[in-house]
Design a protein around this ligand. Structure first.
Ligand SMILES: Cc1cc2nc3c(=O)[nH]c(=O)nc-3n(C[C@H](O)[C@H](O)[C@H](O)COP(=O)(O)O)c2cc1C
Length: 265
């Protein structure tokens, strides 16, 4: 039997490596758009959940149809609080923008309540038409640091007063399951519905307290129970809302609405 030379063995190994790397890179390229779509659909599912439109009985595709029918995706400029029309809502990558020095700005330390370091110049907002043609909720993306991670989520406000919270949800975080990870607990999230985000004077007043909310307290309508053993995550949730609902976040946008510009949408 003819023995293979060392050169032939190296050649065979090299060819095998090249073929495998072509297969792996082709697979990665082919799958990238699918992964991107899955990520967007997962976010859309969270938006449906926070708005109360997600229907467990329906298929994923039917829920996505509901999203298309009932949720209008818009982009705003943080500095003016106005809608912009020259950015494509189908291609804008807000997470990427938040890390890009051209599309974001540094948040000064004394303003960085959410510990985000940079804030993108433009943000998605979602207008929800739950019943009929009238917008009844506005959903805002929020994020901020907990104990271990940046927590990404959405808060939904009642469109009629832009004060009352309809819901909150988190779709990405790295907090400890059973401790900070309880931000995903449906029973904890349920409490947010009906709470007031802003006080009478318009300042952001919503707070995750340490321990339980005293129902007899005057402040109860601005308070949510703390997560037991997870005060740092709880504080992170409060701080992120103070940042994003405040003047350096969606404050100007919400003020435009309050000042009667709803019809611009
Ligand atoms: C392994 C480990 C994981 C923890 N994960 C969290 C967490 O996700 N969020 C959090 O706020 N605290 C977490 N903690 C607890 C914090 O270190 C801190 O004790 C806690 O936030 C204080 O909350 P408390 O005052 O309600 O006890 C963790 C502690 C340990 C040892």
């Amino acid at each position: 039997m003819k023995r293979e030379t060392v050169g032939q063995t190296i050649l065979a190994a090299t060819i095998l490596c090249i073929v495998c790397s072509i297969i792996v890179s082709t697979t990665a390229v082919v799958l990238r758009p699918i992964q991107k779509l899955n990520k967007i659909q997962e976010i859309n599912k969270n938006i449906l959940q926070v708005s109360g439109l997600f229907d467990k009985e329906k298929s994923f595709d039917d829920n996505m149809k509901t999203f298309e029918e009932k949720v209008e995706k818009k982009i705003i400029d943080f500095s003016t609080g106005q809608y912009v029309s020259d950015i494509d809502t189908n291609t804008y990558d807000q997470k990427k923008a938040s890390k890009d020095p051209v599309q974001s700005e540094k948040v000064p330390g004394d303003q960085d309540l959410a510990s985000i370091k940079r804030r993108e110049n433009y943000s998605f907002v979602y207008l929800v038409k739950n019943s009929g043609d009238k917008v009844d909720q506005v959903i805002l993306p929020v994020r901020g640091y907990g104990l271990w991670s940046t927590m990404y989520g959405f808060i939904s406000l009642d469109y009629s007063n832009l004060k009352t919270i309809k819901g909150i949800t988190f779709y990405e975080h790295g907090e400890t399951p059973g401790l900070g990870g309880e931000i995903d607990n449906p029973n904890w999230k349920k409490q947010w519905s009906g709470k007031e985000a802003f006080g009478e004077d318009g300042t952001v007043s919503i707070e995750v307290v340490k321990g339980l909310v005293d129902p007899d307290s005057e402040k109860a309508k601005y308070e949510v129970d703390g997560l037991s053993g997870a005060t740092i995550t709880s504080r992170g949730v409060s701080d992120m809302l103070h940042y994003w609902l405040g003047e350096n976040g969606f404050g100007p946008f919400l003020n435009n609405f309050r000042n009667g510009e709803k019809n611009n949408g």
